[in-house]
Design a protein around this ligand. Structure first.
Ligand code: GRF
Length: 222
C-alpha cells in the first residue's frame, strides 16, 4: 500500500483487452484526494488495445504482453504474473480483459482480483449479455463487479448497478446505458475493497457493516 499523508492508498493494476473506458473511469476516480487507491499499471494482452494509448496519454504506465508473443497460455500467464509482481499491486481490476485466468494467476493474487461484467449476475454470464437480456424480456438489466474465481463470471458479487430496459432498445442502446452505469459502479466497488469494506472469505463476499458499503450495493440509475 502507498501512504499519502494520513491515508493509505491501495496499489491497483488494471488488465484490459480493448477500449479501456472502465479503466479510464477508475483512473478518473483515483484523481480524487480521498479515493483509497492509485492506478500503478495498465496491462493488455493486445498491443492494439485502444486503452493502452489512453493510459499512456494520461501518464499511466501501460504495457502490452500480446498472447501471440508467447508459445502457450501458461507462458503468457507466467509473463503476466511476473509483470504484475513487478508493480506489486494490492488489487487487480479486470476491465474488458478477454481471457480466463488460470489457477496459477488466481493463486498468486488470492482474493485480490475483481472483474466488471455487463449483466446483473447470476443472470447472463458469458458474452452477448445485452442481446440476451433483450431476448429474455427482462425490464431491468445492469452490471456487476465481482471477485474473480475459477468459474467464468461466477465469483461472489461485490456491487451491482441496475438500469431499465426501454421498449425501443437494441443491444447497442442498452449497452450504452449499462456502460454509463459501469463507469459509476466500478470506482464504488473498488473503493469498497480498498477500504476493507468487503473481502473474499471462503468463496463468499463478506461485508463490513458500514452504511456506505450497503448503500453502494444498491446503485440504481433511472
Ligand atoms: C464492459 O462492458 C465490461 O463490463 C466488459 O467489457 C466491456 C469493456 O469495456 N467486461 P471497456 O474496455 O472498459 O470500455
Amino acid at each position: 500500500m502507498i501512504s499519502s499523508g494520513r491515508q493509505v492508498r491501495a496499489r491497483v493494476a488494471v488488465l484490459i483487452s480493448g477500449r479501456g473506458s472502465n479503466m479510464l473511469a477508475l483512473a478518473r476516480a483515483m484523481q480524487a484526494q480521498d479515493y483509497p487507491a492509485d492506478l500503478v499499471a495498465v496491462l493488455s494482452d493486445r498491443a492494439e488495445a485502444d486503452g493502452l494509448k489512453s493510459a499512456t496519454d494520461r501518464g499511466i504506465p501501460a504495457q502490452a504482453l500480446p498472447r501471440a508473443s508467447f508459445a502457450s497460455k501458461a507462458a503468457h500467464e507466467a509473463a503476466m504474473i511476473e509483470a504484475l509482481q513487478r508493480v506489486a499491486p494490492d488489487i487487480i481490476c479486470l476491465a474488458g480483459y478477454m481471457r480466463v485466468l488460470s489457477p496459477a494467476m488466481l493463486a498468486a493474487f488470492q482474493g485480490r482480483i475483481i472483474n466488471i461484467h455487463p449483466s446483473l449476475l447470476p443472470a447472463f454470464p458469458g458474452l452477448d449479455t445485452h442481446a440476451r437480456a433483450l431476448a429474455s424480456g427482462t425490464r431491468v438489466h445492469g452490471a456487476s463487479v465481482h471477485f474473480v474465481t475459477e468459474g467464468v463470471d461466477e465469483g461472489p458479487v461485490i456491487a451491482q448497478v441496475a438500469v431499465p430496459v426501454m421498449p425501443d432498445d437494441d443491444p447497442d442502446r442498452l449497452a450504452a446505458r449499462v456502460l454509463t452505469g459501469e463507469h459509476r459502479l466500478y470506482p464504488l466497488a473498488l473503493a469498497m475493497l480498498a477500504r476493507g469494506e468487503v473481502r473474499l472469505d471462503k468463496g463468499k463476499a463478506r461485508f463490513s457493516r458500514s452504511d456506505n458499503s450497503i448503500r453502494s450495493q444498491m446503485l440504481l440509475i433511472a
